[in-house]
Each structure stands twice: as structure tokens, then as C-alpha cells.
Design a protein around this ligand. Structure first.
Ligand SMILES: Nc1nc2c(c(=O)[nH]1)N[C@H]1C(S)=C(S)[C@@H](COP(=O)(O)O)O[C@H]1N2
Ligand SMILES: [Mo]
Length: 559
């Protein structure tokens, strides 16, 4: 390749393509620089995370529910890839536009900077105008780069002024007549003459340098962002949770059935479902963490440190957590052994009385470091159940994904009305005065967990062998307890399943049923009855607004 060949004006199609390429490079530079700057502000302030977060905040509940259902915990990855795909297309289009109207391309890049900045500062966890910085700096660099690269392509206008310049063949290749043969004829000014030519060497050098510098900035930003939270990691490593003053009884031996493919009674940490709006898992340093308790009826306001909590009497309890977005038969339910401070005791120390005892506040609003708000009924929290500020999960400090250093748990309530992770503030208020995050998005104010049961084995469309087939699964009705599980084959009678021993009424219960299976296609259905005598309804309800109902069925073919 001879870079010194005398530059020629660009054929239209090539110009457009190089414009699009310039747009892509400018977009890449903008994102990379923003990533680098975000490391100096906060990882959450980068435009992709910010726009993603703002999108999550504004997504209609139905779409979000659909995303959680279809992508599960990958929903966040899918969202970010989607944003990058959209940005790629927009960058290509802006670049192509810039090839025709140089300023418009750069103005477009700046406009996206404004969108990113607005998204970053509008997030509930935004710490101020500084969050706009990554988007703004990235956009300025991207806009400048696009302007510079397009400049290397020569001015479109100067070419248009050339007599005969507009004569192009069908595929956009200008006729020989259109090519200015020397500098002097291009235009009156030397600059314009220079500009009307395409500076191939200049373009290649600038494009290559920009790509390399962007990659460097992006990687450096990634590395810096990735290394953030070291203090939090170190603080977690140092946590020693004292022995509880009230231990959980050992799990009864009969609570965990030895059946292949049944959900383990205790969900291993790595398999425990995760549902939250955080695109970046908050890394909170336990040594500087504080929890403030205040609001209506709080006569002794308190601000507690992590060590303060560690010095209080701790309770250890097995609690099954369930997400309101869990479909009938779905996976968003998990059981763990938690350790923490009894919330009711702490509230009582602060002077809080539940409304049933004349207190003025009926809603407890928990706020997290990432701006989530979760509202729970004060009466439920203080009715004697083991609502807690959990510090530990399965014998270890909480994993970051599950809320380190402290999260709330209220047995019997769906997570979105009880289980605030990365909690930092508790405010006593009323349901009349305040709607929490999900309530603003059409979910119910109050949401006790519905009685449900799930068939874990056989799997849907499984092909068990004729004869004895073990049908088994789990059933839950937290804080009421499960008293009976029944299985039905096709339209036959309900047959009582064998219940595993109960751990507590706040945990799920395994069950099994020995089915004498005849060849052919069959539908297995399960239903549970809780300790109030209520049998799981067959009435199907969607997850919105207060949790799915209906019965789980599995279709199998017996060979
Ligand atoms: N800060 C914060 N806490 C949160 C959420 C969230 O999005 N942000 N989601 C809630 C929901 S909807 C559920 S079901 C539980 C899930 O807890 P897990 O991810 O530990 O299983 O956390 C709750 N606590
Ligand atoms: Mo949830």
C-alpha cells in the first residue's frame, strides 16, 4: 500500500462508509473515556450503566417481569448488550450523517452525552452532578474525534462546488471529470483546496491512534473500576460473626429427603437466586457503614455501625425467601440459614410501637445504598416473627450479591416488600404518606407470600420408565407453614404426598409421591395446603401485582 499516492476526493459510498467507521470509532472513544472517568467518580456513573439503570427504573413492570422470566439473572447482561448494540447502530448512523454534515455528527455525539449525563444524575443513588462527568467528558472527546476524522475525508461542500462534481455513476463513483486535477482549481482559498482532498494517510493514522488510545482508556477504566471496593472486600474478610444468643435448631434429619433432582433443603449460596436492580453490585465497606433509624414515633433516633450490630444479641434462623416475580413452578425461591439482629427488639429500643399498639407509623421504609426503597408493614415486622437485620448467610458474612454488610428479612413477605439489601436507612412512616420503589411501579403495597408448591422431578417433558416413578418437590407458605401436599395424575383423584419433616414454618418443605406410572403421556399436578387450612388456589394470577397463583403441572411421557 502506497500512502503517498496523491489524494483524490472520495467516491460517495466510500465517504459514507468511512464516515460510519468514524462514527463507530468516536462512539468507542466516548464510551472508553467515560469508563475511565467513571473510575474517578463511581463505577455506576458510566453512561452504559447509568442508561441501563435509568431504563430499569422506567421499564414498565410487565416488560421487566418478562425480562426476569426470560433472561433470569442474565437480564442485566442482556440489557447492557442491548444498549451497546443500539449505541453501535446510532454511532454508525451519526458517522454517516457526519460525512455529509460534519457538525451535525459531532452535535449528535454531544446530544448522547447529555442523555447519558441526565440518566446518571437522575438515578436514585446519584451522588450529584459529578455523575454527569463521565458522559460529558466522553461525549466531548467522541465529538472532537468525529470532527477530526471527518476532516480527513475532505469537505463535502467543496466537492459539491466543483463543476461536474455531482455527476456520479449509479454506484456512487464520481466520473473522472469530477476529480480536481490540481490544488489551484479546487477553490479560491488554499485551506479549502486542502480540505477538498481526502487525506488518506491522516485518516488512517488518526483512526488507528484513536482506536488504540480508546482501547487503552477503556481497559484502564475497566481495571480501575474492577479494583474498586477493595476496602469493602477487606472489611468483609475481617468480619467475625459472634455466636448467636438464640441459635437455630439443627435442621431435622427428615427435612431433607434423599431424592435425585429435588431442590436441596438448604440452597447453596452459589445457587441462591438473585433479583435486584443493581447493574453494579454495591461494594460497601462495613467499617464505614452506618444504619440510621428515624421517623414517625421514633423517640430515640439511632445511627448504628456494623460493630454496634455485632455487639447486640444475635438470632439465627432458617428462612425461605421468595420473589414476587416467581412464576408458578419458577426458580426464584431459596432457603438459607441467616444470622442477625431481631428488628422488632431494635425498633422497640428506638421507641417504636406498632399501629396495633397505638404507634403512629404503619410502614417501615428501608433504603439501600443504591437508592432502592422497600416498604414493610410495621405490624408484620413487630408481631413476634423473626424479622431481622441479617449480617450472615449460611455461616458466613452476607455475599456482596445478597446485601453485604446488612440486609433486612421478614419471614412471610415477598422480597420486594421486606428484604432490602445493602440497607442504610430505616424510616418509620405511613402507607398513606409514601410509596416505595416497586409500589410506584404498580406492585401491591402489601404482599404476603402465597401458598405454593413446585414439582422438581420429573422435569417437564421428561421420559421416565414405566413402574415406580418418584415425583418430588418443595412447597412453601412462609410463616403459616405447610400441612399437606397432594399430587394428581391427569384427571384422577388428589393423592396425599409424603411430607418431609418441617424445619420451621418460615421454611419450605420437601415432599415426595411414589407414582405407579403407566405408559403414555401424563400430566402431574401438585397443590399444597397451609396451616390455616387454606389450599393453594387453582386460580391463575400473574405475578403482578402481588404474586403468581395457580398450580404447577408437569407433562411427561412414560416409556
Ligand atoms: N437494594 C435492593 N434490595 C433488594 C432488591 C433490590 O433490587 N435492591 N430486590 C428485592 C427483591 S425483589 C428480592 S426478591 C430480594 C432478593 O434477594 P436475593 O437477591 O438475595 O435473593 O431482594 C430484595 N432486596
Ligand atoms: Mo423480588
Amino acid at each position: 500500500m502506497d500512502l503517498d499516492v496523491r489524494p483524490q476526493p472520495l467516491p460517495g459510498i466510500t465517504r459514507l462508509s468511512l464516515g460510519a467507521l468514524s462514527g463507530l470509532l468516536a462512539g468507542y472513544a466516548a464510551i472508553a473515556v467515560a469508563e475511565l472517568v467513571s473510575a474517578a467518580v463511581r463505577p455506576e456513573s458510566g453512561p452504559v450503566i447509568a442508561v441501563g439503570g435509568a431504563a430499569i427504573d422506567r421499564t414498565p413492570s410487565g416488560v421487566k417481569d418478562w425480562a426476569i422470566r426470560n433472561f433470569g439473572t442474565n437480564d442485566k447482561l442482556v440489557l447492557q448488550l442491548g444498549i451497546l448494540a443500539v449505541l453501535t447502530v446510532l454511532a454508525l448512523v451519526l458517522g454517516a450523517l457526519a460525512a455529509r454534515w460534519r457538525v451535525i455528527g459531532s452535535a449528535g455525539v454531544l446530544a448522547f452525552g447529555v442523555v447519558g449525563a441526565a440518566a446518571a444524575t437522575s438515578r436514585p443513588d446519584s451522588t450529584g452532578l459529578g455523575d454527569a462527568l463521565p458522559s460529558v467528558v466522553g461525549a466531548v472527546v467522541g465529538a472532537g474525534l468525529l470532527y477530526l476524522l471527518i476532516g480527513r475525508l475532505g469537505t463535502h461542500r467543496a466537492r459539491a462546488e466543483q463543476p461536474g462534481e455531482r455527476t456520479e455513476t449509479a454506484d456512487g463513483v464520481p466520473t473522472a471529470a469530477g476529480a480536481p486535477s490540481d490544488r489551484a482549481t479546487a477553490s479560491g482559498t488554499g485551506d479549502e483546496a486542502e480540505d477538498s482532498r481526502w487525506d488518506r494517510r491522516g485518516f488512517i493514522v488518526a483512526a488507528t491512534a484513536a482506536a488504540a488510545a480508546s482501547t487503552g482508556a477503556g481497559l484502564a477504566g475497566r481495571a480501575l473500576n474492577g479494583s474498586q471496593g477493595q476496602d469493602a472486600v477487606a472489611s468483609r474478610a475481617k468480619v467475625v460473626i459472634p455466636a448467636p444468643s438464640s441459635s437455630a435448631a439443627p435442621v431435622p434429619r427428615g427435612a431433607a429427603l434423599r431424592i435425585k433432582d429435588i431442590s436441596p433443603f438448604m440452597t447453596p449460596d452459589g445457587d441462591f437466586y438473585r433479583v435486584d436492580t443493581a447493574l453494579v453490585v454495591p461494594k460497601v465497606d462495613a467499617t464505614s457503614w452506618r444504619l440510621r433509624i428515624h421517623g414517625k414515633g421514633v423517640t430515640r433516633e439511632r445511627t448504628l455501625s456494623f460493630d454496634d450490630l455485632l455487639r447486640m444479641p444475635l438470632i439465627e434462623r432458617d428462612i425461605t425467601l421468595t420473589c414476587v416475580s416467581n412464576e408458578v413452578g419458577g426458580p426464584y425461591v431459596g432457603n438459607a440459614r441467616w444470622i442477625g439482629v431481631r428488628l422488632a427488639d431494635l425498633l422497640t429500643e428506638c421507641g417504636v410501637r406498632p399501629p396495633s399498639k397505638g404507634g403512629p407509623a404503619d410502614q417501615l421504609v428501608a433504603r439501600s445504598v443504591d437508592g432502592m426503597t422497600i416498604g414493610s408493614p410495621v405490624d408484620d415486622v413487630m408481631d413476634g416473627r423473626d424479622a431481622m437485620l441479617a449480617l450472615g448467610m449460611n455461616g458466613r458474612p452476607l455475599p456482596f450479591e445478597h446485601g453485604f454488610p446488612v440486609r433486612m428479612l421478614v419471614p412471610g413477605l415477598y422480597g420486594y416488600v421486606s428484604a432490602c439489601k445493602w440497607i442504610k436507612d430505616i424510616e418509620l412512616t405511613t402507607f398513606d404518606a409514601y410509596d416505595a420503589y416497586w409500589v410506584e411501579r404498580d406492585w401491591a403495597r402489601k404482599a404476603p407470600i402465597k401458598t405454593e408448591s413446585r414439582i422438581d422431578t420429573p422435569k417437564p417433558f421428561g421420559r421416565p420408565k414405566a413402574g415406580t416413578v418418584m415425583v418430588a418437590g418443595v412447597a412453601w407458605a412462609q410463616h403459616r407453614g405447610i400441612d399437606k401436599v397432594e399430587v394428581r395424575v391427569d384427571d384422577g383423584p388428589w393423592e396425599e404426598a409424603r411430607l418431609a419433616a418441617e424445619d420451621t414454618r418460615d421454611t419450605w418443605r420437601q415432599w415426595s409421591y411414589e407414582w405407579t406410572a403407566a405408559k403414555g403421556g401424563h400430566t402431574l399436578t401438585v397443590r399444597a395446603t397451609d396451616r390455616t387450612g387454606e389450599t393453594q388456589t387453582e386460580k391463575r394470577a400473574p405475578t403482578i401485582p402481588d404474586g403468581a397463583s395457580g398450580r404447577h403441572s408437569v407433562v411427561v411421557t412414560v416409556d
